[in-house]
Design a binder for this molecule. Structure first.
Ligand SMILES: [Zn+2]
Length: 285
C-alpha cells in the first residue's frame, strides 16, 4: 500500500505528479534514534568521509606550528540580519553579499566572509559541545561560519576543501556568565518554536570571543548533513562562561513548530569522528 500525501495542487499535470513520486526529498535528518548521526550517512554519504568533525583534541598530540599566525576579525554590526529557530539550532544570519564582515589570518590564506552563527548545546550541563578537549566535553559550542570570498558564492565554497572556516567557541558553566550572551538570549522568547524568525539588527559576534585568542586548527567538515569536508576549524582554547540559567533558556526552545506539542531543542551535537591521518596544530605562542 502506498500512502503518499500530496501537498501539490489538484490540477497538477500527471507528468509532474509522477516526478514528485520518484524524486522524493531526502528524509529529514535530526538527532533522534530514528534520524540521528548514526544514520546520516544513509542519505548523506559524505558523513562517512575520512575528514569528519567534530574530533577529540588531545593537547599532548597537538603540533606547535611556527607558520601559524594570529587571526583577526573585522565585523560590521550592520551586517546582522535575523535570528531563527531552525528546529535544530538557534541561528543568526548575516549579510554576506560583499566583504563587510570578515575573518583573516590564523591558518588562512585569504579573506573569509561571515555568513551565520549557531549554537550546539546539551539536555544537561555535562554535555553539549561537539569538540572534546582532553576528555572534557563542555556545555555547548558556538560556531561562527565564514566562507572564502574568492569563490563566487557560499554554495560554490562548500564544494572546495578551503571553502569554509568555522570559528568555534566552547561554553563552560560558571558563576560569572559572559554578559555578552544576553543579547542572543533576550531574543529567545521571540523564536520559541521551529521556523520562527525575528529581526536581529546591530550585532557584532566578536563580543562573544574570549580574551585569549589562542586556538587549535585542523581540516574537517560541517557537523550537520551533508557534512561537506570543506571546513578549516579554528577552535578557541579559552571557553567563555555561561550560567546554568542561560543554558536552560536555550533548552526552552522547541524543536517542533507552533502547532505541534513542545519538544525541548537540546542535544543537537554530533558525536566524535575519527581523526584518521589528520594533524591538529596550534601557534607556537
Ligand atoms: Zn555547528
Amino acid at each position: 500500500m502506498i500512502a503518499v500525501q500530496h501537498p501539490a495542487p489538484a490540477a497538477a499535470a500527471p507528468a509532474e505528479q509522477s516526478q514528485t513520486m520518484t524524486q522524493q526529498p531526502p528524509p529529514p535528518w535530526g538527532y533522534s534514534k530514528e534520524n540521528g548521526p548514526d544514520r546520516w550517512h544513509e542519505t548523506y554519504p559524505l558523513a562517512k568521509g575520512n575528514n569528519q568533525s567534530p574530533i577529540a583534541i588531545l593537547t599532548k598530540d597537538v603540533f606547535k606550528d611556527p607558520v601559524l599566525l594570529p587571526w583577526f576579525t573585522g565585523y560590521d554590526p550592520g551586517a546582522s540580519k535575523t535570528i531563527k529557530n531552525t528546529g535544530k539550532t538557534c541561528r543568526i544570519a548575516f549579510d554576506d553579499t560583499f566583504d563587510r564582515s570578515v575573518l583573516r589570518g590564523g591558518p588562512l590564506q585569504g579573506i573569509y566572509r561571515l555568513r551565520q552563527l549557531h549554537i550546539h548545546w546539551g539536555s544537561t550541563d555535562d554535555k553539549g559541545s561537539e569538540h572534546v578537549v582532553d576528555a572534557t566535553r563542555y556545555a555547548g559550542e558556538i560556531h561562527v561560519v565564514h566562507w572564502y570570498s574568492k569563490y563566487s558564492n557560499y554554495a560554490d565554497a562548500v564544494r572546495k576543501p578551503d571553502g569554509v572556516v568555522i570559528l568555534a567557541i566552547l561554553l563552560q558553566i560558571g558563576k560569572t556568565p559572559k554578559p555578552e550572551m544576553k543579547r542572543i538570549l533576550e531574543e529567545i522568547h521571540n523564536i520559541k518554536t521551529k521556523g520562527k524568525e525575528a529581526p536581529f539588527p546591530n550585532f557584532d559576534p566578536s563580543i562573544l570571543f574570549p580574551k585569549n585568542r589562542s586556538y587549535w586548527t585542523y581540516q574537517g567538515s560541517f557537523t550537520t548533513p551533508p557534512c561537506e569536508e570543506c571546513v578549516t576549524w579554528i577552535l578557541l582554547k579559552e571557553p567563555i562562561i555561561v550560567s546554568e540559567d542561560q543554558m536552560e533558556m536555550l533548552r526552552s526552545l522547541s524543536s517542533k513548530s507552533a502547532d505541534e506539542p513542545h519538544c525541548p531543542l537540546a542535544d543537537n551535537w554530533r558525536p566524535l569522528q575519527p581523526l584518521n591521518n589528520r594533524m591538529v596544530r596550534t601557534p607556537c605562542q
